[in-house]
Design a protein around this ligand. Structure first.
Ligand code: SER
Length: 304
């Protein structure tokens, strides 16, 4: 039976994984550097993944055999302090690897991101293996993690599975400090009947995915036999792509009278180096990925 550790558990993905695993009665130990506002439906321990000794003790105490390592400083926040970002993103990754090797834990899920690509990655439709020259520290750390995943798989037989997530849309749980966050901010502004100033230009097309698809994809990827997987770094995965002005039209066509201003800031440059569309054919072929929530289904959920 799975006994799962989730790190960074109070973030956008973590809280949704906790909800998901509750349905199946899987044992979950959630950790984060802060305490939850409300009681969680699983065990919780306040812990910093940079403190390897403490995490190792928790892994032993709760007999963990699977790790969802979600700790990360996202793209926009990362640019404000690249050194802290590298330290958190990479040293937490390295600690998880060391703890896994020491405790014979083979199964790890670790999200990568569309931030691993760069302007020479054929951004109109990014293949699984283009040249990758990420332009943010977040992207550099995610790409380093991908390379290390392949290396540790060869070296120690670790089975780190990973998805290059696009922007994730959830309205219950919020992201923090990403470049794709505008979509959630705009949707929440519409719901709250307030105006919104978008930090990206109208025509910035970026790939997005509804949270339920993001969670289902990870759980499905984790359940597939390793021999079916041809990629040991991270899989491209795609939902739908949209620009802020298309989202504005969609929101207005649903009867929301929202005023949107456009005032691009430093995040525009980040978005310019990210994909518009993603080729996820390897995910479809290797582990049967299929997206359930296109734009319409996502907006139906958000406004339901
Ligand atoms: N949502 C992330 C970000 O914007 C991308 O992985 O940083």
């Amino acid at each position: 039976m799975d006994r799962i550790l989730i790190t960074g558990a109070l973030g956008q993905l973590g809280l949704e994984f906790i909800k998901y695993f509750k349905k199946s009665d899987t044992f979950v130990l959630a950790t984060d550097i802060r305490n939850p506002h409300e009681k969680l439906s699983c065990e919780f321990e306040k812990a910093d993944v940079l403190n390897k000794e403490r995490l190792d003790l928790l892994v032993k105490k709760y007999e963990i055999n699977t790790i969802y390592h979600l700790v990360a400083i996202l793209s926009a926040n990362g640019e404000k302090n690249p050194f802290i970002s590298w330290n958190v993103n990479m040293n937490s990754f390295q600690n998880i690897v060391e703890i896994s090797v020491d405790n014979n834990i083979k199964n790890i899920f670790w999200p990568s991101s569309i931030a691993v690509f760069g302007t020479d990655s054929n951004l109109d439709f990014v293949p699984q293996n283009p040249s990758m020259n990420p332009e943010t520290i977040y992207g550099v750390s995610k790409l380093a993690g991908e390379k290390l995943s392949s290396y540790y798989s060869r070296k120690f037989g670790l089975d780190i599975r990973s998805l290059r997530y696009p922007g994730i849309i959830s309205t219950d749980t919020l992201p923090g400090g990403g470049t794709t966050d505008y979509i959630i901010e705009m949707l929440n502004a519409a719901k709250n009947k307030s105006d919104y100033t978008c930090f990206l230009s109208k025509e910035t097309r970026l790939p997005m995915m509804y949270i339920d698809d993001a969670i289902d994809a990870a759980v499905k990827l984790m359940s597939v036999e390793r021999k079916k997987l041809t990629i040991s770094s991270s899989y491209n995965i795609s939902g739908f792509s949209i620009t802020p002005s298309e989202l504005e039209d969609q929101i207005k066509s649903r009867g929301f009278n929202i005023k949107i201003n456009y005032k691009p800031d430093f995040r525009q440059e980040i978005a310019n180096s990210w994909p518009k569309e993603i080729d996820d054919s390897s995910s479809i072929k290797d582990w049967g990925w299929s997206c359930n929530f296109g734009l319409k289904e996502t907006l139906d959920k958000v406004f339901s």
